[in-house]
Write a new protein. Structure first.
Length: 220
């Protein structure tokens, strides 16, 4: 969107967003000053720690394979919608269990569109507890805080393309925080925290695109 285009997102104060963000974060949460050991980031650094279940929703991605010379070749021009689709396309067995760690070790990927599957958006809507608004915090060059009508947000196939600043790290949650999403614009992953019922619904609705996680899994 151009800077002069009207936005679907309303700018709000940091205090308004933080008042609505009634969840608990680990001491290592990325917005907090943290002086712990320099180790690979875990899910607990980007998601609240007081939810029942966690998972990752894979968005469309382009796959690359490493050659014997150390270069990377694109598998095909069209993006893949799921992780298992890439293994099947190459005639490889799909790993079981299929984890983000295995995916990341077998492929290099580049993000494509950030289109959220309709069934996933429907599940998020059903588990929003009739919240009236969705809150978004974007960490880019600068920090931005926005709010948007919940039904409008969930009607957007790609809610990021409409944002005034579509690049950076995003925290997304409805009023009352029945679920919480973290996304980084250079990764084809939505990290999710929610009730056990919501995570089970997402897993059944999008079985080829959803991976269960724990707070101690690696964050990419």
């Amino acid at each position: 969107m151009g800077t002069d285009s009207p936005s679907l997102y309303k700018a709000i104060s940091a205090a308004e967003l933080e008042a609505a963000r009634t969840v608990r974060f680990d001491k290592s949460f990325h917005e907090y000053p943290f002086r712990g050991p320099a180790e690979a980031w875990r899910i607990r650094r980007v998601l609240p720690v007081d939810f029942e279940a966690y998972g990752a929703l894979v968005l469309p991605w382009r796959a690359y394979l490493e050659t014997s010379t150390g270069s990377w070749n694109r598998v095909r021009d069209e993006p893949f919608d799921s992780i298992s689709e890439a293994y099947t396309y190459l005639g490889r067995p799909v790993p079981s269990p299929l984890t983000l760690d295995i995916w990341k070790s077998d492929f290099r990927m580049i993000e494509y569109t950030r289109t959220v599957p309709p069934l996933a958006r429907s599940a998020l809507g059903q588990f929003s507890r009739d919240a009236d608004a969705i809150f978004i915090r974007c960490h880019g060059v600068e920090r931005h805080d926005w709010a948007i009508d919940r039904e409008l947000f969930l009607a957007l196939p790609d809610p990021f393309v409409e944002m005034p600043q579509p690049f950076g790290d995003f925290a997304i949650f409805p009023r009352g925080v029945p679920w919480f999403i973290h996304h980084r614009d250079d990764e084809s992953i939505l990290y999710l925290a929610g009730s056990a019922a919501l995570i089970a619904r997402l897993e059944s609705a999008c079985p080829e695109q959803f991976v269960r996680l724990t707070l101690d899994d690696y964050y990419y």
